[in-house]
Write a protein that binds this ligand. Structure first.
Ligand code: B3K
Ligand code: ZN
Length: 866
């Protein structure tokens, strides 16, 4: 049990920093276990306070000097994670010398080593693990960084900005100096040093400036950087075209490391990336990996303006940069690929990750009010719902006004650290549109539920629609105010054409909209494009859903109609199974799928998405008491029905799309592969030896990882002798390739076959696994606990025990990763009494553990509902 409760930080307590910093001069003398850091900073009072509190964590303080005079111990106080100086003059220079241990830093926050190379991760609060500083985003200053290191071990030495000096030193060392002309917060500081290979290119900005682009990777990976480089250039061009934003330095560096807590980090001109989002070549990366690289490269690049040039005043404003930058990267992907399929994929992610968060014990507003560990708030709510909030503003304002708002935002705030309110004000002032009620999306947690009801009066040619909204209480927010939401609708005529379409502004608890002159009874298409991130309750008949599936001009709404239909069907199948009755087949739904499958007007990627049934997790979300076994069984049965009924169509489509041409990662080819592989997966359900042979042949003969992995996933879920053979073949083939080994771990952790937990435990002991590497942890433990609903929630409770054991093991190594894994246990309220008890027991066990980190403490106590 934690003896003292960690402190809660509140937005309401925000105070400006006591001192501002005019400049920072850092010197790093790099040694694996004893790196010396000298930080010389010029401080200037920001008001009348004379006390300065610096943050510092895990540092050995060697010396501290004020205006050239070394202070003795009595002249400052080091307590916990702070160093306090009092009676300070208005302006002074402070030189702090500390020692740190990069090699022993398993938290992967601050300065650490990955494969022997030095790298940093400072967001959110890693800089304090490097030196004593006011480690908060509203302290922005210019950095000069000197790096001294062994020439052989670290031929490459990088930091932010421009390289201004290089020299040889004694004892086989060399030195370089980097200067960043742009003031930045400490979380954007970065340093990299090591023996890395470099891939280079250039980009000419629209005003004619040449920018050197460099991607640094471990030797041997140079041939996997082309796609990342192409994506970077495409992002730079797109930001100029769509947002009129140009790059502001002559150099842009990206470094790929294998040990990284998240996807990537937007440090000014020196992005550090997880290798997963840089390295891609056709025989090791899937189409999904390619899309991921493209999106993350773009996301980090876009942060240069939305995050770096204008940053956050405090961490409660995290969505100011993250929500906006996710919106920008989603728009980029929509423009580069297919807009409807991009939207569908984003909504699927929102529903899979954010809706459960919003409906559970970890619910928090897009702009949270309080936190214990800020690293716990890099959530789907801050990122993905945050992006939905920006998207709704875009819908309410339109592209032109939205761009005016962006322009005003940069005019007002370039070089500043600001708030979400500042962003909304720029949008309001530029457009003249009132967003005051709308801003509740920032402060109120929870997913609004909108209930729709409608009627048509033939005589009066009048269609009327009543929408009511409800927002359930969430932790810390008992009462809620009425929200403003844009609801895009269409009234679809019998010929499939819109009789009317419009974006409604729902601003009241219950509001009726009347549409005049509607000549025939329309079918209502609601919340087109998912214009508001809500749960919709609408009294659709199966006839109407089938009509929308076939006719709605909004492709998102067509897909949504199919999902709603499939969800209704599966939920009734689940209910039938629970009553131990026999399931009868609904041929109507399968007929509608057949029409979609064979519609020549539809893109293959869209058809592929339409053929995917709602996930087990999504179905669980729709049930009052989750029944993991019935969900799995119902879904399997429906898949089998589809496979049996559409066997010929699926096989024809599979053959039609099979191609021997060389791999290309473009969206069209990827869509064709997606559809081909989903057809193959359905055929796999039939347990027909001929299809099994087809799948095995695809595994062996594939000329790309997408096809090979698709075949492997089917086999990993099929109880056949060839399963073990291909899994072994895969490992032997790719065992020297960490990112591919991650796939091998995941595909086994995801398997619905019995004994999966046993396999996962065995794999933890395999040479391929390391608990210190976040990618390995996510691929094996993360996938099992977060994505394998069937086995994780096994009624014997062994999944939960395994999970809690791993959290406790990880908490000692890397608290951020441990804390991020806890969420599935917080879903206990959604399960039957027996499982509730088992899950709560594990949460209690975690909380009662001596020496638990603040990160894990916050997630576990909130999950338990304290
Ligand atoms: N800003 C980083 C995330 C940092 C996470 C710190 N725990 C990556 C991104 O969103 O671009
Ligand atoms: Zn980001």
């Amino acid at each position: 049990m934690k003896t003292e409760h960690p402190q809660t930080i509140r937005l309401a307590d925000y105070q400006e920093p006591a001192f501002l910093v005019d400049s920072v001069d850092l010197v790093f003398d790099l040694e694996p276990t004893s790196t010396r850091v000298v930080c010389a900073a010029i401080y200037r009072a920001n008001g009348d306070q004379d006390t300065l509190v610096l943050d510092g964590e895990n540092l050995t303080l060697l010396s501290i000097a004020l205006d050239g005079r070394t202070l003795d111990d009595s002249e400052y106080t080091v307590s916990g994670d702070t160093l306090t100086l009092t009676n300070l003059p208005d302006m002074f220079e402070l030189v702090v010398e500390t020692e740190i241990d990069p090699k022993g830093n398993t938290h992967l926050s601050g300065l650490y080593q990955s494969s022997g190379n030095y790298c940093t991760q400072c967001e959110a609060q890693g800089f304090r693990r490097i030196t004593y500083f006011q480690d908060r985003p509203d302290v922005m200053t210019r950095y000069t960084v000197t790096i001294i290191a062994d020439k052989d071990a670290c031929p490459v030495m990088l930091s932010n900005g421009n390289l201004v000096e290089q020299s040889e030193e004694e004892d086989g060392k060399h030195l370089c100096v980097w200067e960043d002309p742009f003031p930045k917060p400490s979380y954007l500081f970065a340093l990299v040093a090591g023996d890395l290979a470099c891939v280079e290119d250039t980009f000419t900005t629209k005003s004619g400036k040449n920018v050197d682009l460099r991607i640094f990777v471990e030797h041997g990976n140079e041939d996997r950087c082309d796609w990342a480089m192409e994506s970077l250039k495409a992002s730079m061009k797109w930001d100029e075209d769509r947002f009129d934003l140009e790059y502001d330095l002559d150099l842009y560096n990206i470094v790929a490391v294998s040990d990284f807590n998240m996807g990537a980090m937007e440090n000014k001109s020196l992005n550090v990336f997880n290798t997963k989002y840089v390295l891609a070549k056709s025989d090791t990366a899937t189409d999904q990996d390619y899309a991921g690289v493209e999106a993350v490269i773009a996301h980090e690049y876009f942060h240069n303006w939305t995050g770096n040039r204008v940053t956050c005043r405090d961490w409660f404003q995290l969505s100011l940069k993250e929500g906006l930058t996710v919106f920008r990267d989603q728009e980029f992907s929509s423009d580069m690929r297919s807009r409807p399929t991009e939207r569908i994929s984003n909504v699927k992610i929102l529903r899979a990750a954010q809706f459960p968060e919003d409906g559970g014990p970890l619910a928090h507003p897009v702009r949270p009010d309080s936190y214990i560990a800020i690293d716990n708030f890099y959530t789907a709510t801050v990122y993905n719902k945050g992006s939905e909030v920006i998207r709704m503003m875009h819908t309410l304002l339109g592209e032109e006004n939205f761009q005016k708002g962006m322009k005003l935002y940069f005019e007002r705030h370039d070089g500043e650290a600001v708030t979400c309110d500042d962003f909304a004000s720029a949008m309001m002032d530029a457009s003249g549109i009132d967003l005051n009620q709308f801003k509740l999306w920032y402060s109120q947690a929870g997913t609004p539920e909108v209930t729709a009801d409608w009627s048509y009066e033939r005589e009066a040619k009048q269609f009327s629609l009543t929408l009511s909204q409800h927002l359930a209480p969430t932790p810390g927010q008992a009462g809620k105010e009425v929200m403003h939401m844009p609801i895009a609708i269409g009234l679809v005529g019998q010929d499939g054409k819109d009789l009317h379409s419009e974006v409604l502004s729902l601003k009241e608890a219950k509001q009726t909209f009347i549409f005049e002159g509607i000549a025939e009874e329309p079918v209502l298409s609601l919340n087109r494009g998912f214009s508001a991130p809500i749960r919709l309750k609408a009294p659709y008949t199966q006839d109407q859903l089938a009509f929308l599936m076939a006719n709605d001009s909004d492709e998102f709404a067509r897909w949504e109609a199919a999902q709603t239909y499939a969800t209704d069907l599966l939920l009734s199948m689940i209910a039938t199974l629970q009553k131990e009755k026999t399931i009868t087949q609904d041929s109507r739904f399968i007929e509608a799928l057949k029409t979609t499958l064979n519609d020549p007007a539809l893109d293959p990627d869209y058809i592929a998405l339409s053929l995917q049934l709602p996930t087990e997790g999504y179905l669980a979300e729709q049930m009052d008491v989750v029944d993991v076994d019935a969900i799995h069984q119902a879904r399997e049965i429906l898949r089998l029905f589809i496979a049996r009924d559409l066997k010929d169509d699926l096989l024809a489509k599979f053959r039609d799309l099979r191609s021997d041409s060389p791999y290309s990662p473009d969206a069209k080819s990827a869509g064709e592969r997606a559809l081909k592989n989903i057809c193959l997966a359905y055929l796999g359900e039939l347990n027909d030896p001929a299809f099994l042979a087809l799948i095995t042949a695809q595994y062996h003969n594939a000329n790309n990882m997408t096809d090979r992995m698709a075949a492997l996933s089917i086999l990993a879920n099929t109880d056949v002798p060839v399963r073990a053979e291909v899994l072994e073949n895969f490992y032997t083939r790719f065992k020297d390739d960490p990112l591919v080994v991650d796939k091998w771990l995941s595909v086994q952790a995801m398997s619905c076959l019995p004994k999966t937990l046993k396999t996962v435990k065995k794999l933890m002991k395999h040479e391929a696994f390391s608990i210190k590497n976040p990618n390995k942890v996510r691929s094996l433990i993360g996938v099992f606990c977060h994505a394998n609903q069937l086995h994780y929630h096994a009624v014997d409770g062994n999944g939960y025990i395994f999970h809690a054991d791993r959290i406790l093991e990880l908490d000692k190594i890397n608290p951020q990763i441990a804390a991020r894994m806890i969420a599935p246990l917080g879903k206990w309220r959604r399960f039957d009494k027996a499982r509730q008890k088992l899950m709560k027991e594990q949460l209690k066990r975690i909380i009662a553990t001596e020496g638990l980190s603040n990160d894990a403490y916050e997630m576990a106590t909130k999950s338990l509902g304290k």
